[in-house]
Ligand binder design. Structure first.
Ligand code: FES
Length: 99
């Protein structure tokens, strides 16, 4: 169930809704703060690819890939809904699935 106010992100398969408290943090920070078991081997620098998630809703509200993410997406042949959660902002209403 979606909270009545505030921005939130839903993580699957946990079905966990996490409130966004800082607009300047990344989705990875939001997930870590919520205690979700999301891999982030490089520490959020966009070089390992272990934090990849599938965007199940809200893809149209995300900004285009930054240079770091675009390079990895091209190298690894990401689908358009595969995004690095260390490189994307916490846009309200995102539904993200961990692989
Ligand atoms: S944590 Fe390494 S690419 Fe996101």
């Amino acid at each position: 169930m979606k909270p009545k106010s505030g921005k939130s992100i839903t993580f699957l398969p946990d079905d966990k809704i996490v409130l966004v408290s800082h607009q300047d943090e990344t989705v990875l920070n939001v997930a870590i703060r919520a205690g979700l078991p999301i891999d982030h081997t490089c520490g959020g620098f966009g070089t390992c690819g272990t934090c990849v998630v599938f965007v199940r809703a809200g893809l149209e509200n995300l900004p285009p890939r930054n240079e770091i993410e675009a390079e990895m997406a091209q190298d690894r042949g990401f689908l358009k809904e595969e995004r690095l959660c260390c490189q994307i902002p916490p846009v309200d209403g995102l539904v993200l699935e961990r692989p």
